[in-house]
Design a protein around this ligand. Structure first.
Ligand SMILES: [Zn+2]
Ligand SMILES: [Zn+2]
Length: 275
């Protein structure tokens, strides 16, 4: 929070985005404090089996989900996004209706498994066909934020486990989510950071996590002038990933702060034709 406020002083043009994230963070922290730490089994055998099956560790049923708090998160997250112009009226109505619906838990389950299940199915070479609901971009955006307090608590349990080193896939070992940020360690290793639960795991430094292209001539990488951040853009799938360069940093990576601080980098990457 303090870092975000300091960033607002340094880069006033980011003030609106920062204010929105401050409100979202406040909301997440309040709910996260009410979520009990789950007990999850993470042994070397379990990780090895999931690694071999390319299947993330956490089933939807294992998430310590409380429907009252989830509804509250959905409602208040939508409200914050609406106030900052990140949701239009039509989207707001879809999200509000879902927040009241008895099927919210099913929708959340579909959202969760869409990422987690997709990889396992894809790796078996079987076409995916069992999705109960069609994805809705705004609803997905709200669910990603609304589920964070619950998924973050699970990540707290899994993160310290050394057994995680056995996971080498480009999506989250715990929830199957895609990385939306990375951090370069002082050892030059690159760790990906899950966009859903915040878990970090080691991945090859120059392979695209979205399409697994590992041809270095097809990866465009550039750094900010202060050297604090780096972008890896893939010339095969045209997606990009931002990284915080921990080799020359005075503080550890802070995913929310670093995501907002690099909004100008997003603009630069998009301008170059990446998404
Ligand atoms: Zn995750
Ligand atoms: Zn790619």
């Amino acid at each position: 929070m303090t870092e975000l406020k300091a960033l607002r002083e340094r880069q006033p043009e980011l003030a609106e985005a920062i204010d929105m994230h401050l409100e979202l963070l406040e909301l997440q922290r309040r709910i996260q404090g009410r979520v009990t730490l789950p007990s999850l089994d993470v042994t070397a055998d379990i990780v090895a089996r999931h690694q071999a099956e390319a299947k993330p560790l956490l089933r939807f049923e294992d998430i310590p989900l409380d429907m009252t708090n989830l509804r509250l998160m959905v409602r208040q997250t939508a409200d914050v996004l609406r106030r900052f112009g990140a949701l239009d009226d039509a989207d707001l109505r879809v999200v509000e209706a879902m927040g009241r619906d008895m099927k919210l838990v099913e929708v959340a389950g579909d959202w969760y498994r869409r990422a987690a299940g997709h990889h396992a199915v894809a790796s078996l070479g079987v076409a995916s066909s069992t999705h109960a609901s069609e994805p809705h971009a705004a609803l997905d955006q709200v669910l990603t934020l609304a589920m964070r307090p619950f998924l973050s608590r699970c990540a707290e349990v899994v993160q310290p486990r050394a057994e995680l080193a056995g996971w080498t896939h480009p999506y989250c070992a715990m929830c199957g989510g895609e990385p939306d940020l990375a951090v370069i360690q002082p050892s030059a290793e690159r760790h990906l950071i899950c966009g859903r639960c915040g878990l970090r795991w080691k991945f090859e430094p120059l392979t695209c996590p979205y399409c697994r292209n590992s041809d270095r001539s097809q990866i465009t990488s550039f750094a900010t002038t202060d050297g604090q951040y780096r972008v890896y853009a893939c010339d095969v799938c045209h997606r990009y990933l931002k990284a915080y360069d921990g080799r020359r940093a005075s503080r550890p990576v802070m995913p929310v702060v670093d995501s907002v601080a690099t909004l100008p980098l997003d603009a630069a990457a998009i301008q170059r034709g990446y998404s």
